[in-house]
Design a protein around this ligand. Structure first.
Ligand SMILES: [Cu+2]
Length: 470
């Protein structure tokens, strides 16, 4: 019944619930906004390189991170880092990661957005026992994209990701390099999420308690500032929250111009101008911001317009510095279109909180790793209409597919715009409404998960699996 009570109040992303408790939960430890410099996740270094393959070794372990200044916070981390090290991958070149589990808990690693074989995908049935290790083989047969890796343990992914088991995985390719987009130190991954701390600065995880997760973190730092040169930057924005939605605006008022260049699955066909971007949990968007439009000394706040108080509205601040030469550009043509062709089949998928049992379900059922929930013929395009039935109480959900990228057709009958026109692996499903997506699996046979990526919901059962058949 706990889930019912939580569900009744559970409306992440709405003004009614976020930020109500203010900073009272972390008065002792949380610094004022924009007083901590942004950090970048450490870059993972291969232990070995061959002609075809980069080998990495990571240890998944309990650790301590300085998230709040001067405070040691116990975390779970890839190599003990919060967030985990960033893996730089090259399309067409294999990456093999040996993950050693040095924790007391089982864990399993999912490469979110990776087009990988089912056996490498981090299915909860493939857990790494404490003390054991597992090799993950990623072929990187996909175009450049901002991916991330995170825990996917049965019933535990919400807590383990919340405690730190998440990191960036960036795929690049020669075609993207030729475009001349901002690169190197001007290509910056930003993992946005919320957290809840107690008065000692420890992370507090309670299932579905998103309304108390009022400290915003970027790359593991509370509401940081970042010194930028007055030139173009590529910002890779990832919503790494369990349940919080971000609608991001730069500067004051209606928001300054950003150029959206990529979605979950990689580059859009063409850049799109935007003054805001909305990200439900696990979604990514890459934007180019031209800081040369601002006078040196300008301080620009990245706002979350879905926040309800200073601590949930102010995400981070960019402090514009000197003008520097900027050879980068944003060409008018970028990547390939998302079009998956004509569909041969349509399906309905229903997401809801079952009020009689208090369980979060898909098509009436909680996840069972021994049950196949649908069979999909490889190579055939299908249209899925995904419904969010939770009007009363009102509960947001989103929808994530493993093993492929999909094309979003419309939401509540209206065509989507902006980054949602690109190739996607996660999409928001509005309360009481639906989203239609085109789905096609082109490669491996076997089982892939699909689920709500509000991780507290998937941990409580809002997950299912499809079997791809010949
Ligand atoms: Cu959900």
């Amino acid at each position: 019944m706990g889930a019912v009570a939580a569900g009744a109040a559970a409306v992440p992303g709405t003004a009614a619930t976020l930020g109500r408790r203010g900073r009272a939960w972390a008065d002792v430890a949380v610094p004022p906004p924009f007083s901590v410099p942004l950090g970048l996740p450490e870059v993972a270094v291969p232990v070995r390189r061959t002609a075809t393959t980069d080998y990495y070794a990571m240890t998944i372990r309990d650790s301590t991170a300085e998230i709040l200044p001067g405070v040691g916070t116990p975390v779970m981390g890839y190599d003990g880092r919060f967030p985990g090290p960033t893996v730089h991958a090259e399309a067409g070149r294999r990456v093999i990661v040996r993950q050693t589990n040095a924790m007391m808990h089982e864990t399993v690693v999912h490469l979110h957005g990776g087009l990988v074989a089912p056996g490498q995908d981090g299915h909860p049935a493939d857990a790494i026992a404490p003390g054991a290790d597992r090799r993950y083989v990623y072929e990187n047969r996909q175009p450049s994209a901002t991916l991330w890796y995170h825990d996917h343990s049965h019933h535990m992914e919400a807590e383990m990701v919340f405690r730190g088991l998440a990191g960036f995985y960036l795929v690049r390719d020669p075609g993207e390099r030729r475009l001349g987009l901002p690169s190197g130190r001007y290509d910056v991954p930003l993992m946005l999420r919320d957290a809840r701390f107690d008065e000692q600065g420890r992370l507090v995880f309670e299932m579905d308690d998103f309304r108390y997760r009022n400290t915003l973190l970027v790359n593991g730092r509370p509401q940081p500032y970042m010194r930028v040169d007055a030139r173009k930057y590529r910002l890779r924005l990832l919503n790494g929250s369990n349940e919080r939605y971000f609608t991001l605006r730069l500067g004051e008022g209606d928001g300054d111009a950003m150029t959206v260049i990529a979605s979950d699955g990689g580059l859009l066909p063409a850049p799109l101008a935007a003054t805001s971007v909305t990200l439900s949990p696990a979604e990514r968007v890459d934007v180019v911001v031209d800081f040369s439009r601002y006078r040196p000394g300008t301080r620009l706040v990245l706002h979350n317009t879905e926040g309800t108080s200073e601590e949930t509205t102010d995400v981070m601040r960019f402090d514009v510095g000197r003008r520097v030469p900027d050879p980068s550009r944003v060409p008018g043509r970028l990547g390939r279109a998302a079009d998956l062709g004509a569909a041969t089949l349509t399906r309905d998928v229903n997401l809801n909180l079952d009020l009689s049992t208090g369980r979060f379900v898909i098509d009436g059922k909680t996840f069972d790793m021994d049950r196949v929930d649908m069979r999909i013929k490889r190579g055939e395009t299908e249209i899925w209409r995904v419904h969010n039935r939770d009007v009363q109480p009102s509960v947001p959900h989103n929808f994530h597919l493993h093993g492929t990228h999909f094309q979003v057709l419309d939401r509540n009958g209206r065509p989507v715009t902006g980054h949602e026109t690109g190739r996607k692996d996660t999409v928001a499903v509005p309360v009481g409404g639906d989203v239609r997506i085109k789905v096609r699996y082109d490669r491996d046979l076997g089982r892939y998960l699909y689920h709500c990526h509000l991780l507290d919901h998937s941990s409580m059962g809002m997950m299912a699996q499809a079997e791809i058949v010949a």
